[in-house]
Design a protein around this ligand. Structure first.
Ligand code: TRP
Length: 340
C-alpha cells in the first residue's frame, strides 16, 4: 500500500458460491488491474446478515469466497484480500455515516425497495442501512475506482453523495488545514465484461438467488451439472442459428462462449450460422466445463488448506486495518470525538 497507484476496491457477499456471471462479468476482467492499480477485495459478511443466514454456512461460504477469488486469479501477493468483519473500522465508520444519511435518500434505493417487499412486516433495519455500510467499505480506503454492475450504481451514487456531504461539513483536517476528508470514488465500467443472463430466463441477469433450477452456473458445479444446465438452456422456438438475428437466449450462449474463449461475439457466431441450437449448447457447455474445472479444483485445494487461507486472511486484515484505522481516526477527530 502507499504505492501512489490508484485504488480499486470491490467486494462480494459470501452467501453462496460465485457463478459465471460474477466471473465473466467481473473477476476475470480484474486480473489486469492487479498490476495497474492497488487492489482491495473482500468478503462482506456484515452485509450478508442483513438477511437470515445459517452461521455454519456463512463461515464456510466466507472461506469459499476468498478461495474463489484466489482460484480465479486474484493473486494474494498482488491484492489485499480480507474478511469485512475482521476489520472493525467498517462497522464504526458505517455508524458515523448513518448519522449523516437521511431516511429519504435510503428509502429511494431500489434494491431496498425490492428486497424489503419480500420480508412482510418484519423488515430488518440492516436491509435499510445496507448501502451506508457499503459506503463505509469504499470510503475507508481512499478508493478511486469501484468496478460496479448496473445493480450497484445507485449505491455508489449514494457513496459519492455521502463523501461530498462529509467533505463539505468537515472541511478542516485535525491539524487545521483545509483538505477533503474523503476521496470521492468513481464507478468503473468495464468495456470488456460480459453481462451474463440467466440460462432459464435470458431477459434477466444471472443471479444466485434465481430459484429456477439450472438458471445459474456456479463455479463449484461439477462437469455433469454444467453440461445439464447448458443443455437445458432456454433459447426460443426456432431451431437454427441465423446471421441476421439471434434471440436473447442464443445471444447469451454465444456471449458466454466468447467471453470464456476471449473471442469476439461475431467470431463465435460465424461458427454456428445455419446450425441447430443443440451444437451451440453443447459446445458452450464444453467451453465452460474446461474453463471452470481448473477454478473448481484450485478452490477445493485451497479450501483444504485452512492454515494457508487463515494466513492470507491475517496478512489481508492487518494491511486493511492499518489503512482503515488512519481514515477512521481522522473522521472521529473531525466529528469531535476525543482520541488518545
Ligand atoms: N453490495 C454489493 C453487492 O451486493 C457488495 C458490496 C459491499 C460491495 N460493499 C461493497 C461492492 C463495496 C463494491 C464495493 O454486490
Amino acid at each position: 500500500m502507499g504505492s501512489g497507484k490508484k485504488i480499486v476496491l470491490s467486494a462480494v457477499q459470501p452467501t453462496n458460491a460465485m457463478h459465471i456471471g460474477n466471473y465473466l462479468g467481473a473477476i476475470k476482467n480484474w486480473i489486469p488491474y492487479l498490476d495497474e492499480y492497488e487492489c482491495i477485495f473482500f468478503a462482506v459478511d456484515l452485509h450478508s446478515i442483513t438477511v437470515e443466514q445459517d452461521p455454519k454456512a456463512l463461515r464456510e461460504n466466507t472461506y469459499q469466497s476468498i478461495a474463489s477469488y484466489i482460484a480465479c486469479g486474484i493473486d494474494p501477493a498482488k491484492a489485499t484480500l480480507f474478511v469485512q468483519s475482521q476489520v472493525p473500522a467498517h462497522a464504526e465508520l458505517a455508524w458515523v455515516l448513518t448519522c449523516h444519511a437521511s431516511m429519504g435518500e435510503l428509502s429511494r434505493m431500489t434494491q431496498y425497495k425490492d428486497k424489503s417487499q419480500k420480508h412482510g412486516s418484519h423488515i430488518p433495519t440492516g436491509l435499510f442501512t445496507y448501502p451506508v455500510l457499503m459506503a463505509a467499505d469504499i470510503l475507508l480506503y481512499g478508493t478511486h475506482l469501484v468496478p460496479v454492475g448496473e445493480d450497484q450504481k445507485q449505491h455508489l451514487e449514494l457513496t459519492r453523495d455521502l463523501a461530498e456531504r462529509m467533505n463539505h461539513r468537515y472541511p478542516e483536517s485535525s491539524t487545521g488545514e483545509k483538505s477533503p476528508l474523503f476521496q470521492v470514488p468513481a464507478p468503473m465500467i468495464s468495456k470488456v465484461g460480459a453481462r451474463v443472463m440467466s440460462l432459464q430466463d435470458p431477459e434477466s441477469k444471472m443471479s444466485k438467488s434465481d430459484p429456477a433450477p439450472g438458471a445459474c452456473v456456479f463455479l463449484n458445479d461439477s462437469d455433469k451439472e454444467i453440461e445439464k444446465k447448458f443443455k437445458r438452456a432456454v433459447t426460443d422456438s426456432g431451431s437454427e442459428i441465423t446471421a441476421e438475428e439471434q434471440s436473447s437466449g442464443v445471444r447469451n450462449l454465444i456471449q458466454i462462449q466468447a467471453s470464456f474463449l476471449n473471442e469476439n461475439y461475431d467470431a463465435v457466431l460465424s461458427r454456428y450460422i445455419g446450425k441447430q441450437y443443440g451444437y451451440l449448447k453443447l459446445d458452450t457447455a464444453n467451453v465452460a466445463i474446461n474453463a471452470i474445472r481448473p477454478i473448481r479444483e484450485k478452490t477445493e485445494e485451497i479450501l483444504k488448506d485452512r492454515s494457508y487461507l487463515d494466513g492470507i486472511l491475517k496478512v489481508g486484515r492487518e494491511a486493511a486495518r492499518a489503512r482503515a484505522e488512519k481514515v477512521l481516526n481522522e473522521v472521529y477527530k473531525r466529528v469531535g470525538f476525543i482520541r488518545q
